[in-house]
Design a protein around this ligand. Structure first.
Ligand SMILES: Nc1ncnc2c1ncn2[C@@H]1O[C@H](COP(=O)(O)OP(=O)(O)OP(=O)(O)O)[C@@H](O)[C@H]1O
Ligand SMILES: [Mg+2]
Length: 207
């Protein structure tokens, strides 16, 4: 298996971490050299920026929010993802450029051309080989996991979450190498679908 860049996307609590971990374990067992990461990815600078954005004590304007996320993304992509790919690792990342299109574009109404441009600048144009977009019905939002109002973005209401799902659906349809996965399904079934998509995209040999 060649070094590939695989991204999990989707609204809050849609199962990204669950599936990213399962895929990482699966690939590691097949002796792939895997880096499992998520924005902001443990990078100190990127983490601090992210903490600033998510702190409920701050009122962050939509454009400031976008620029802070892009700064964090630039740091994480350039310090962590690109070096790993260059070292031959397969990178699995939770959240990437599509999150800004959904949250700052559809959610906050910032012009998508601006977001796309900033995404390209922040990532040095690095595009995923496959983006797996997990979309679940809203009824699972409160059922899954602890309903902790942990940060500012999670406090958004149902209408906002509806906008997010619509956004992700429309963005995924326009994005190369992106697929939507029904995240209402059980964990094991979604994992199988993920593996099937990796085969479809020639990331896994079909076995
Ligand atoms: N397919 C599923 N069916 C039922 N519960 C699930 C499923 N996938 C994940 N969960 C549960 O839902 C919760 C959220 O899952 P997870 O943390 O993987 O989502 P996430 O997309 O990474 O969330 P966040 O956006 O907060 O990082 C967890 O408690 C997890 O165990
Ligand atoms: Mg997660």
């Amino acid at each position: 298996m060649k070094a590939k860049f695989i991204v999990f996307e989707g609204p809050d609590r849609s199962g990204k971490s669950t599936q990213a971990n399962l895929l990482s374990d699966y690939l590691s067992q097949r002796e792939a050299d895997v880096l499992l990461t998520r924005e902001p990815g443990g990078d100190d600078v990127a983490e601090r920026i992210r903490r600033l954005v998510l702190d409920p004590a701050h009122k962050v304007s939509p454009m400031a929010e976008l620029l802070l996320y892009e700064a964090s993304r630039a740091q994480h992509t350039q310090q962590k993802i690109i070096p790993a790919l260059e070292a031959g690792k397969t990178v699995i990342c939770e959240r990437y450029t599509m999150s800004s299109c959904a949250y700052q574009g559809y959610g906050r109404g910032i012009d998508m051309d601006i977001i796309n441009k900033l995404n390209d600048i922040a990532t040095l144009n690095l595009k995923p080989d496959l983006t797996l977009v997990l979309l679940m019905s809203d009824k699972y939002f409160t059922e899954r996991g602890e309903y902790l109002f942990s940060d500012r973005l999670e406090r958004e209401d149902e209408a906002f979450r509806h906008k997010m799902r619509k956004g992700y659906r429309e963005i995924a349809a326009k994005t190369a190498n992106a697929v939507i996965i029904d995240a209402d399904k059980p964990v094991a079934e979604i994992h199988k679908t993920v593996l099937r998509e990796l085969s479809n995209y020639a990331i896994l040999d079909g076995e």
